[in-house]
Design a protein around this ligand. Structure first.
Ligand code: FAD
Length: 283
């Protein structure tokens, strides 16, 4: 229960929002509020609602799309540009984040802040060219990968996420998103996103990210490196994954043992890379 909340602010500027959170240890930003209300932290005294900061915009530009941190997860699916962007990768990932009710409430910013090990959206964003904006209150832009690696530090500094910029993939590229969960629409136990760019019949860029293996989604960089420039076959993809699998120390819980997770990442990575590769070649 949020029984200790004394003040509720709706600041009009990003600087004011950051200032309000920085001035009280027991203040938090409120995106959609889904997580905050579910947690019911009795220590919270001040809520800083981000609704008036105009961060719920999606702006399609020629080379990129900008998505504000207050954009809801459902808007990522329904928006005509983002919904089909990168062959629908973001929309597909958003569809696995929550139930429809929570997707209408949960925002991009709040979701990225509380994202767990197998967060579909974080996994999908890792394979695209993404920059993330935050304010502390000075405005910064960082590669999305750094944000994922150093998210805890950013949370400690109580920075405000403002949004992301996702570059439009080239024409001869394709994406794929593969998931295993307890049921087809349940949150993933393991998920894999792949992105392949083809030029002159060969993959000139390959990115693969996996969620549900360690405490946050990770890129499979060794695999990417080994496959770049090679004609891809299922056997080659599996062989290239081996060095990555050897260095991962998977989590294990009631939803999946470490062995199961490793086996699933092997299957899903092979499927995702082969699917993206075949789609990109067809273009
Ligand atoms: C019933 C239920 C089930 C859930 N199941 C899952 C699950 O299975 N897996 C999972 O990963 N998540 C789960 N969640 C969490 C869910 O992803 C979040 O509730 C929701 O997507 C977060 O979005 P929000 O905008 O509502 O965040 P909020 O509740 O508003 O905020 C979440 C956190 O992010 C901070 N925050 C919000 N916006 C910003 C911003 N722009 N900049 C900086 N900090 C910000 C807040 O201060 C807070 O600490 C569940 C939540 C509920 C209520």
């Amino acid at each position: 229960m949020l029984r200790n909340v004394k003040t509720y602010h709706k600041p009009l500027t990003i600087e004011d929002a950051v200032g309000l959170v920085h001035s009280n240890r027991n203040a938090v930003y409120v995106g959609g509020g889904a997580w905050i209300v579910a947690q019911g932290d009795p220590q919270l005294e001040v809520l800083v609602d981000l609704q008036k900061l105009a961060l719920d915009r999606i702006d399609g530009e020629i080379e990129a799309v900008r998505i504000g941190a207050m954009t809801t997860l459902q808007a990522l699916i329904d928006h005509s540009d983002v919904g089909t962007f990168a062959a629908g990768l973001l929309a597909a990932a958003a569809g696995f984040t929550q139930s429809r009710t929570l997707r209408e409430q949960g925002t991009l910013g709040g979701t990225l802040i509380v994202a767990g090990s197998a967060d579909p959206l974080t996994t999908a964003l890792l394979v695209l060219d993404v920059e993330i904006g935050y304010a502390d209150p000075v405005r910064h832009i960082a590669p999305f990968e750094s944000f994922v690696a150093y998210r805890d530090r950013l949370i400690e500094t109580r920075a405000l996420l403002t949004g992301i910029r996702v570059a439009r993939p080239p024409t001869r590229s394709a994406t794929a998103f593969e998931v295993v969960g307890r049921s087809p629409k349940d949150k993933p136990i393991v998920c894999v996103a792949a992105y392949v760019v083809v030029d002159e019949g060969l993959p000139v860029e390959i990115r693969v990210a996996a969620g549900g293996i360690v405490d946050h989604p990770v890129r499979l960089l060794k695999m990417e490196h080994l496959l770049k420039g090679q004609l891809l076959t299922a056997e080659r993809v599996e062989a290239a994954l081996a060095p990555n699998l050897e260095e991962l120390n998977p989590i294990s819980d009631y939803r999946g043992s470490a062995e199961y997770r490793l086996e699933m990442v092997r299957v899903l990575a092979r499927r995702a890379v082969m699917h993206a590769w075949n789609e990109a070649r067809r273009k």
